[in-house]
Design a protein around this ligand. Structure first.
Ligand SMILES: O=C(O)[C@@H](O)[C@H](O)[C@H](O)C(=O)CO
Length: 524
C-alpha cells in the first residue's frame, strides 16, 4: 500500500473543512471519515477482483496509536499513520475514541428495529436506510439457533455490525441483541460477548399442554397447587375486571385464571430468576419472548404475566406475546386482521400500563399488519424484530446473477427440508405445497423469492445450504459468497427496498401493503 499517498490523503481531509465530496482518492469511504482535532480515521474500500477489500487508516499522535494492530505504518512529524485490518483489536481501539461505536441499551429509544444480519454483509445498507429515520437499529440480533446453523459466534456478529457502524459513521446509537437465549449458559455467553440486550425465550417454560385439558382436569390440576398460592391467585384475579384505559379492559374468568397460572407461571418465575441473576446486576436491556410457544398469549395471559412481573418489581424493556394469528417466518401475517387489531389494542394498553413496549417477532414481511401496529403504538413506541430475511435478499442476488446455482440450491433445500423441522415451525411442505424443483427454470427462478412456500423452504434451510459439503468441500458456500460480494451494490439495493417497506408502514408514511410494494419491490 502506498503509505505516502495515504499521508497526503489525510492532509487533504484536514484541509477540506468537513466537505469530503471531492477527495482525490476515491477509495476513501467518505461516510467513515472521523476527524478529532488533528487525528484522522477512515476506512479504505479498495476493489480487488470485483470485491471490496476494506482497511482501517488511523492518523494519530505517535504515542497514542500503539493500541491499534497495524499491518503497516509510517511517521509524519509528531504523528503516525497506520493501516490495519477490520479486526477485533482495532474495533476495540476505536471504541475507546468513539463512544457511539459501542452498542447500547434500547432504553430511551422509542422506536427500535431488529435486523438480524445472518451473513454479516447487510449492516451497511441497513444503516444507510436508518440514518435520520429516528429508529434505533438493533443491528446485531442472532438467535442461538442462527449462530449454530451459520457457524458464527456472538463476537463475529458484534464485529460485523460494529465495523459497519464505523464505516457508515452512524453516531446515533445501535444495539446488540442476544436473541432467543433460553438458559443461564446462553445468557451468560451473550453477555460476555458484549450483547446489550437479552431476549429471554421462555418457550420451554410455557406449559402448552394445559390448553388441551378439560375444565375438570384443569380445575383439579390448579387446585392441587399449594393452598396459599391458589388463595393468592384467586384473590388477585378471579372474576375481576381490570380496566386499563377507556378502550381496554381485561376480565379473568375461572378458566382464564387457571390457564394463566398453569401455562405461564413457570415462565414468570424463570424470568424473575434470570432478571436477578443477570439483568439487574449488569443493568441490561431485557426482553421476554413467548412468541414461539404453541398457545397464543391471550390478553388475560399477557396481563397476568405483566402483573406478576410488576409485583416482583420488574419492568422489562419489551415483551413479545404470541399474538392472535400466525407470524411465520418470511411471509405475511396469516389470520383475521380485524381480530388481530382488536386484540392488539388490549396488548398495547397492557404494555403501556405496565411501562414497557410490545415486541413484534418474526416481523419480516408482515406488511398487512404494520399499518395497524404503527397506528396503535406510535405514541408509546415499538420494537420490531425481522427474522433474518436479509438471507432471502441475498438469494435474490444469487438468482439474478446465477439462475442455475439458485435452482440447485432450491432443489437441495426442497429435498432436505427435514433438516430444519426441529428448529422452525412453518407451513411449507414438500408434499405438494412448495413448488417442485423440476418446475423451476432460468426464466421463472425469481418467482421462488415471491412464492410463500418456496420462501419458507429457502429461509429456514440457510444452515444446511451454507454448510453442505461433498468430499470435504463446500458445495454452495464459496460460490454463494463470491457472487454476493461481487454484487454487494445490488444486495444493498434489495435490502433497503425490503426493510423500507416495513418502516414506511410502521411510521405511517404509507397505508397499505400494495402501496409499499409498488414503491419498493425490485422490478428485476
Ligand atoms: O431464525 C432465527 O432464529 C431468528 O431469525 C429469530 O427467529 C429472530 O431473531 C426472531 O426472533 C424474529 O422474531
Amino acid at each position: 500500500m502506498d503509505l505516502q499517498k495515504l499521508v497526503s490523503d489525510v492532509h487533504e481531509i484536514l484541509a477540506a473543512n468537513g466537505d469530503y465530496s471531492n477527495l482525490s482518492d476515491k477509495d476513501i469511504y467518505v461516510n467513515s471519515i472521523q476527524v478529532d482535532v488533528r487525528n484522522v480515521y477512515f476506512d479504505l474500500h479498495e476493489t480487488v477482483n470485483k470485491q471490496t477489500v476494506k482497511s482501517l487508516v488511523v492518523y494519530e499522535d505517535r504515542d497514542d496509536v500503539k493500541d491499534f494492530d497495524a499491518r503497516e505504518s509510517i511517521a509524519d512529524d509528531d504523528k503516525t499513520l497506520i493501516v490495519g485490518d477490520l479486526n477485533e483489536q482495532n474495533w476495540h481501539a476505536l471504541t475507546k475514541r468513539f463512544n457511539w461505536l459501542k452498542p447500547t441499551s434500547r432504553h430511551g429509544h422509542k422506536y427500535t428495529f431488529g435486523l438480524g444480519d445472518r451473513l454479516g454483509l447487510a449492516s451497511n445498507a441497513h444503516l444507510r436506510l436508518f440514518k435520520g429515520r429516528g429508529i434505533m437499529p438493533v443491528l446485531a440480533q442472532q438467535s442461538i439457533r442462527e449462530l449454530l446453523l451459520t457457524n458464527r459466534t456472538e463476537t463475529d456478529v458484534l464485529l460485523d455490525a460494529g465495523w459497519a457502524v464505523f464505516d457508515e459513521g452512524f453516531t446515533t446509537g445501535w444495539a446488540d441483541d442476544g436473541d432467543h437465549v433460553k438458559n443461564p449458559h446462553e445468557v451468560d455467553y451473550a453477555i460476555k460477548a458484549g450483547c446489550t440486550m437479552i431476549t429471554l425465550d421462555s418457550t420451554e417454560k410455557i406449559h402448552n399442554e394445559i390448553a388441551d385439558l378439560t375444565d375438570d382436569q384443569l380445575d383439579a390440576k390448579y387446585n392441587a397447587l399449594d393452598d396459599d398460592l391458589v388463595k393468592y391467585f384467586n384473590d388477585t384475579y378471579l372474576d375481576k375486571t381490570f380496566k386499563i384505559n377507556d378502550n381496554a379492559s381485561v376480565h379473568f374468568s375461572k378458566k382464564d385464571v387457571e390457564q394463566s397460572v398453569l401455562i405461564f407461571n413457570g415462565a414468570v418465575q424463570y424470568a424473575i430468576f434470570i432478571y436477578h441473576k443477570f439483568i439487574k446486576p449488569y443493568n441490561l436491556d431485557f426482553e421476554i419472548s413467548m412468541d414461539e410457544a404453541i398457545v397464543p398469549t391471550t390478553p388475560a395471559n399477557h396481563y397476568f404475566f405483566a402483573n406478576e412481573l410488576h409485583e416482583a418489581g420488574i419492568t422489562p424493556e419489551t415483551i413479545a406475546p404470541r399474538f392472535y394469528g400466525e407470524f411465520q417466518k418470511a411471509i405475511d401475517y396469516i389470520g383475521d386482521v380485524k381480530r388481530f387489531e382488536a386484540e392488539f389494542v388490549i396488548h398495547e394498553a397492557i404494555a403501556e400500563h405496565f411501562g414497557y413496549k410490545l415486541s413484534i417477532h418474526s416481523g419480516s414481511d408482515k406488511l398487512s399488519v404494520y399499518e395497524i401496529i404503527g397506528r396503535l403504538s406510535n405514541k408509546h413506541g415499538w420494537h420490531v424484530k425481522t427474522a433474518g430475511t436479509n438471507w432471502l435478499e441475498a438469494l435474490r442476488v444469487i438468482a439474478h446473477a446465477d439462475p442455475k446455482l439458485m435452482q440447485e440450491i432450491y432443489k437441495f433445500s426442497y429435498e432436505n427440508l427435514d433438516d430444519v423441522a426441529a428448529f422452525y415451525v412453518f407451513n411449507a411442505q414438500t408434499d405438494g405445497k412448495a413448488p417442485k424443483p423440476e418446475t423451476i427454470n432460468d426464466s421463472n427462478v425469481m418467482t421462488l423469492l415471491q412464492d410463500d412456500d418456496a420462501r419458507q423452504v429457502l429461509h429456514t434451510m440457510y444452515g444446511s445450504i451454507l454448510n453442505y459439503q461433498k468430499s470435504y468441500r463446500y458445495v454452495f458456500r464459496d460460490k454463494f459468497f463470491k457472487i454476493l460480494k461481487e454484487n454487494q451494490a445490488q444486495y444493498d439495493k434489495y435490502l433497503i427496498a425490503h426493510i423500507a417497506q416495513h418502516i414506511d408502514l410502521l411510521q405511517g408514511k404509507a397505508k397499505t401493503k400494495a402501496e409499499v410494494q409498488a414503491k419498493y419491490e425490485p422490478k428485476d
